[in-house]
Design a protein around this ligand. Structure first.
Ligand code: SAM
Length: 214
């Protein structure tokens, strides 16, 4: 796979678009500028790779819109070596962005075919999160606790197990709502008894499945 001047130019253009839409974090913008999103698309679909749009990746699932990836990544306030759990590996693009930001990434995918495809593909382009297959709607207890948790599918509620699996000071970014739209929430675990909740705009994700999902 080639990452030539044309691709790098399209990526810089995408970064400018995201800046105009309000993304400010240089760590996030640098990661978007670094990860070749076109590697996640067939050659024929290249013109779509650097548009700020979600795109089908098979199995009825999508690679998230770059703005959504950037927004959730920014609000997670990633610091180098943060231990991050991503629920919904999908194409693996979001996991690559988190790795490029210096995080230590654990990612779990429910769909077996996507899990197998992405587990093979990401190392082939130089990105190595820790991959897990299964229902992540209750987190990944075996490797808890995490500094940050990002849910990349729309949940009906905030699963308590995800809050329980955060370290003190940890952050959970999760879209919560119905099947059409979800409000983005940021929950910060101030301490074991206090959770700070912030609400942001609506987004539209595919549904979170499993025990705490739909
Ligand atoms: N983060 C992905 C990316 O960068 O391409 C996009 C994720 S896609 C919008 C949502 C993903 O969540 C799908 O791949 C879906 O199979 C997965 N998913 C849904 N419910 C899940 C669950 N309970 N546990 C783990 N993954 C789940």
């Amino acid at each position: 796979m080639e990452d030539g001047y044309k691709h790098r130019g399209l990526r810089r253009q995408l970064v400018r678009t995201l800046k105009k839409k309000g993304i400010q974090s240089s760590t996030v913008l640098d990661a978007i500028n670094k990860v070749p999103r076109h590697f996640f698309f067939d050659e024929a679909l290249l013109p779509h790779a650097y548009q700020d749009k979600a795109f089908p990746i098979g199995e009825g699932q999508t690679i998230s819109q770059p703005y959504t990836v950037a927004f959730q990544s920014e609000k997670l306030e990633i610091k180098p070596n943060d231990k991050v759990l991503e629920i919904g590996t999908g194409s693996g693009y979001q996991a690559c962005i988190l790795l490029a930001m210096g995080a230590n990434v654990y990612t779990i995918e429910y769909n077996q075919k996507l899990y197998e495809r992405t587990r093979k593909f990401l190392p082939s382009i130089g990105y190595r999160p820790k991959f897990f297959h299964g229902d992540g709607s209750q987190g990944l207890l075996k490797h808890a606790a995490y500094d940050k948790i990002i849910v990349t599918a729309g949940a009906p509620n905030v699963p308590t197990s995800l809050i329980n699996q955060l370290n003190k000071g940890g952050i959970l970014m999760i879209p919560v709502g119905d099947s059409k739209k979800q409000q983005m929430l940021r929950l910060t675990k101030v301490d074991d008894k206090k959770i700070k909740k912030e609400t942001f705009d609506n987004f539209s994700f595919v549904p979170l499945l499993g025990k705490e999902g739909w």
